[in-house]
Design a protein. Structure first.
Ligand code: THU
Length: 137
């Protein structure tokens, strides 16, 4: 699967791996990192941040998106996101993140997902992640 990925996408996956190092996940012990590719080629990282009140946890995907928007990134301009989680063979974004990705990523964005098995890496479109979605745009 890796052979089909562009060097830009491989770099994004490396950034997601680095982002996972910053995880605050003392309850699940399940680190996740995300790396967002902005329209001007910058990479914005995010990790999962948990809380003793478990429902307040922020996933890595939403951390990266909210950080990018907070830094002035334009909603629906982001070209790709890589997500990395070392404790599963292949990570798959949760339903809440899929809805947020749909609204904030570019319509033709790609979501690259990788776990402990690089051969299992998947590249998803937003339509594949959330078909028939409730969509604002
Ligand atoms: N998590 C993410 O950050 N992204 C995903 O795609 C799936 C789950 C986090 C939430 C929680 O901190 C931990 O992983 C276990 O669910």
């Amino acid at each position: 699967m890796n052979t089909q990925l562009s060097s830009e996408h491989l770099q994004l996956l490396e950034a997601a791996k680095a982002a996972a190092q910053a995880t605050y996940s003392p309850y699940s012990h399940f680190p996740v990192g995300a790396a967002l590719l902005t329209a001007d080629g910058q990479i914005v990282k995010g990790c999962n941040v948990e809380n003793i009140s478990y429902g307040l946890t922020n996933c890595a995907e939403r951390s990266a998106l909210f950080s990018a928007i907070s830094q002035g990134g334009q909603p629906r301009s982001f070209k790709a996101m890589a997500v990395f989680a070392p404790k599963v063979e292949l990570i798959s974004p949760c339903g809440a993140c899929r809805q947020v990705l749909l609204e904030l990523m570019a319509a033709d964005a790609l979501i690259l997902c990788q776990g402990s098995d690089p051969a299992a890496t998947r590249v998803w479109t937003l339509e594949q992640l959330l078909p028939g979605a409730f969509n604002a745009f």
